[in-house]
Design a protein around this ligand. Sequence first.
Ligand SMILES: [Mg+2]
Length: 317
Amino acid sequence: MNEFELINRYFKRSAMSNTIALGVGDDCSLLNVPSGRQLAVSVDTLVADVHFPADGDPQAIAERALCVSLSDLAAMGASPLWFTLCLTLPQADERWVAPFSEGLLRVAGHYGCELVGGDTTKGPLAISVQVMGSVEPGKAFVRSGAQPDDLIYVTGTLGDGAAALAAFNRKIKPNSDAFHYLIQRYYHPIPRFNEAGRLAPHVSAAIDVSDGLMADLGHICTASGVGAEVYVENLPLSEAVENFSSNRQQREWALSGGDDYQLCFTVPREHVPAVDALIGSGLKACNIGKITSGNRVTCLLLGEPFTIASKGYNHFG
Ligand SMILES: [Mg+2]
């Protein structure tokens, strides 16, 4: 199957959204940015055996690739519109491409993000996804908005991505329920659009946790010219992480493991009651620290300094 046939068979769909004047098939797509909105654009490349296992399920790999990119839109408070895909494949193997496109288009449909173009190339397996979304001018979350004394929150639980990799590599042996949960968290990270939308009026800065909390919170601090204190005892952990690893390991994963795709955000004091009310009414987030003056990001366990081994990076293998 040549490139043209591959694209036509597996990736070409008639455009659903009225934001698409002309979809896949010409040299360019023609897109209408909704009036009065800013365009938010982000691209991510995932390389086999660096960012995902090359022999993993193609459908799950596709779903994860798109979810990871969508997470960046959520982290900016943007709503998804479109995406493009660049696929580098060792060979045009339909047994791989068919489930890959099925997973990709399933997630695209779920989040209302339509494929509007792309490219395929022969080479070592790699996937680039560029997502485009829209946001009200002046309303995007940026990294540079945190102020001393703002509280720091994260959505959901931390450390699941790192625990999933440890389970894949047989470094931990979770039971089947926990293993299933960790696989879901790794392959189906949920872009936090829902939380971002509800939190929008109260957020001073935000980022999604892709490289590890300390690394990503560090980006907020650098951009904002502030420091931070993280309260280790407050880190939200899943049962799967709590039940199948040591306390030390759990904290290391929560602080410096990657691939969690939760939202880390800061909240000015005057907005804390509103955020706590949202949490009280079911929004899954918790306070894990506060922004300080200065430029250091430190961890405290029950008030005592807590040192971690690595600052935060995480790649497969
Ligand atoms: Mg990001």
